[in-house]
Ligand binder design. Structure first.
Ligand code: IVH
Length: 673
């Protein structure tokens, strides 16, 4: 047995080691140990923390996974305002910018600037006290933001503890963003779950940071680059670029495409460089931020009302081009959704060659009145996903053809269905090859069970080799079958089999999300897991019982009923259980501290009623309005008849203080209460 002192020592060592390797991986992109070795260390840490929960520290990497949901975000006042930037759209405007600066400073030599990509995400402020991350806040209106610390902590690129010599208080500002690839995967997942897709990575990042449940944010692929100090005197540096180097030493990521430019000619050259890089970057940028490099000069220049005088955002021009719509192809999605894709005559749109553009659904073709052979205006929306803005009607020749919708699945020829009121036609055959492979890819992907080694490429290979034709087949894989495959080998085969084995115990919510049932994405999966004790209870649930879950709508309820009514699904679930898949459900309301308890509030409480209600519900309890034999009565000031009735009935009565103690886990109620 490990003593507490030993545990404390080992935990400190593990935290340090894990933080070091996380930095090598996320910040420096240069890991020195394998993912497997990292996982082993991480598991050891979790194991010791489970045994000694009071030794869990704020900066433990286990604290990134997301804690309890919040009722709302608290406002945070920024020590110094988070300003916005003035925009420039041309080289001439940049020349004017320099002329203004020189006049203001009475200088006749060119200035030195830092030029960096303008990241298209969300500005945040991070406050470190003695090197420990204490607060993460949004920009808000520039003066007051929102406290999103719990969400910020889930972002791996943001250090929980800084390395090296740090000032007592350090405010770091930067951009939280989503990579283009992460954004695409998230949207695919949302579409499958019947949730509306995000319009662009920026909205996706913002939506993620605004989740009250940090576990949802933890599952989103967010990243971070630092770009400023809240107070420049906090650093030992004289210039902006030096301060970015310094921040990097402390553990932050800084953007690698940042340069020192002397004068506007060099600024302009860097702008061209960024414009060239733009299509190749794994995240979106919408321009370049130019900052006077010298902190003394920055201070002399100072701020205007909403923006600093010493910086400007040189924005990229909107990118559009015209080309010809040659054909329409119809793709089949993992849920059988048939989506039209425009095939275009290849055209250069701001440095990227565009050949295809999604048209989302059939109605969009009608709404835009597109015809085959049309000259169309194309744009890279959010600068990554190309889309057709409109046909150029003036350039029609009269020979353009109407676009015909398919009546049968382009992959398996099954007649398509289009439920009334829906915009999408679907292939109803769950064994359609288009649906099967995608279901398999989703199942093991990060959005599903997240089985390391079974990413998209591996799953495609296993499917093509005929080794995996169904979800249960995944659990039948052996090292002997995998090792001889191209690109595998003994070691990776053994690792994957090990990972599959380790993943046999899964939280119900994850499993539900992994199944890819329509309208059941991560959010609905969590709601369901919280409200049903196990999978069988969910499978037996009536439509009404499903609808009774706050947040589950008719579409999700119907989709679940349809899914579980399917014979092939029952067969699959039976097989999975025979293969040793175990579903756990810690989220279930019956495991929560206040489950089966009803509360009545009377009198006036300091906490608002809706707050009190939300807190009780979060912990699995119910709030009712009339005093009955089973209720627990919380009495505030000036409680009236309800208190009297409660006393008459001999019910449990709590003061507001006792109630808050109960919520925070400092008061226990006997079980028969
Ligand atoms: S510096 C006072 N640097 O642009 C200077 N901002 O319009 C404040 N942004 O809200 C910011 N990339 O979200 C700075 N490299 C960068 C940036 C950047 C993106 C955003 C930031 C801010 C907005 C200002």
């Amino acid at each position: 047995m490990m003593t507490k002192a030993e545990a404390e020592q080992r935990l400190a060592a593990l935290r340090k080691e894990l933080a070091y390797h996380a930095r090598r991986y996320y910040v420096l992109d240069d890991p020195t140990i394998s993912d497997g070795e990292y996982d082993t260390l991480f598991r050891e840490l979790l194991d010791i923390e489970t045994r000694f929960p009071d030794l869990i520290s704020e900066d433990s990497p286990s604290q990134r996974v997301g804690g309890t949901p919040l009722a709302k975000f608290n406002p945070i006042k920024h020590h110094s305002p988070m300003l916005s930037l003035e925009n420039a759209f041309s080289r001439e405007e940049m020349v004017d910018f320099e002329v203004r600066l020189r006049r203001f400073l009475h200088l006749d030599t060119p200035l030195a600037y830092a030029a960096e990509p303008k990241l298209d995400g969300l500005a945040v402020e991070l406050i470190y006290e003695d090197g420990l991350l204490k607060v993460g806040a949004t920009r808000g209106d520039g003066w007051t933001g929102e406290d999103i610390t719990a969400n910020i902590k889930t972002i791996a690129a943001i250090p929980l503890r800084l390395t090296g010599k740090v000032p007592g208080i350090l405010e770091v500002r930067g951009e939280v963003f989503m990579t283009t690839e992460g954004f695409k995967a998230l949207n695919e997942e949302r579409l499958r779950g019947g949730e509306p897709p995000f319009a662009n990575p920026r909205n996706a990042a913002a939506g993620s940071l605004r989740q009250l449940n940090p576990q949802i944010c933890a599952a989103r692929p967010l990243d971070f680059f630092c770009y400023a100090l809240g107070d420049t005197t906090a650093s030992p540096c004289q210039t902006h670029l030096d301060s970015l180097d310094w921040l990097r030493e402390l553990g932050f990521k800084r953007n690698p495409h940042t340069g020192l430019c002397r004068g506007i000619d060099e600024v302009s050259a860097h702008f061209n460089y960024l414009q060239e890089q733009r299509p190749r970057l794994p995240y979106e940028i919408d321009g370049m931020v130019v900052k006077v490099n010298d902190f003394d000069l920055q201070n002399r220049l100072g701020n205007k009302a909403r923006s600093p005088r010493w910086a400007v955002a040189w924005k990229f021009a909107a990118i559009q081009a015209t080309t010809k719509l040659v054909d329409i192809e119809f793709g089949v999605g993992r849920t059988g959704a048939v989506t039209p894709v425009a095939i275009l005559e290849p055209v250069d749109v701001g440095g990227a060659i565009v050949r295809r553009a999604t048209l989302h659904n059939e109605d969009e073709i009608k709404r835009k009145d597109l015809r085959l052979g049309d000259v169309v205006l194309v744009q890279r929306a959010g600068d990554v996903i190309p889309e057709i803005v409109k046909p150029i009607v003036e350039r029609r020749q009269g020979t353009e053809g109407l676009i015909k919708m398919p009546t049968n699945c382009p992959r398996c020829a099954e007649p398509l269905q289009r439920p009334q009121g829906e915009v999408i036609s679907r292939c109803p055959n769950p064994l359609c090859p288009a649906q099967l492979i995608r279901a398999l890819i989703h199942y093991t992907s990060k959005a599903g069970l997240d089985i390391p080694g079974l990413g998209r490429r591996a799953m495609e290979q296993l499917y093509n080799e005929g080794l995996v034709n169904s979800i249960p087949d995944i659990y039948k894989l052996t090292a002997e079958k995998l090792a001889p495959l191209e690109g595998w080998g003994e070691k990776s085969a053994a690792n994957v089999v090990q990972a599959i084995l380790a993943g046999k115990q899964v939280p119900l919510s994850r499993f539900l999300a992994a199944l890819g049932i329509r309208y059941v994405g991560e959010v609905n999966a969590q709601l369901l897991a919280r409200n049903f004790s196990d999978l069988n209870a969910l499978r037996r649930a009536s439509r009404e019982e499903l609808l009774a879950v706050d947040g589950i709508g008719a579409q999700a309820a119907d989709s679940l009923r349809l899914y579980f009514a399917n014979q092939a699904v029952s067969e699959m679930l039976k097989q999975l259980s025979a293969l040793g898949l175990k579903l756990t459900n810690q989220e279930s309301a019956s495991n929560l501290p206040l489950s089966n308890k009803s509360f009545v509030f009377t009198g006036s409480l300091t906490m608002s009623r809706s707050e009190a209600k939300a807190r009780v519900k979060e912990l699995g309890g119910k709030v009712v309005s009339t005093v009955s034999r089973k209720a627990i009565v919380v009495c505030g000031a000036k409680a009236g008849s309800k208190e009297k009735k409660a006393r008459d009935l001999g019910l449990r009565i709590l003061t507001e203080d006792e109630f808050t103690a109960l919520l925070s886990g400092n008061l226990q109620l006997p079980d028969n209460d």
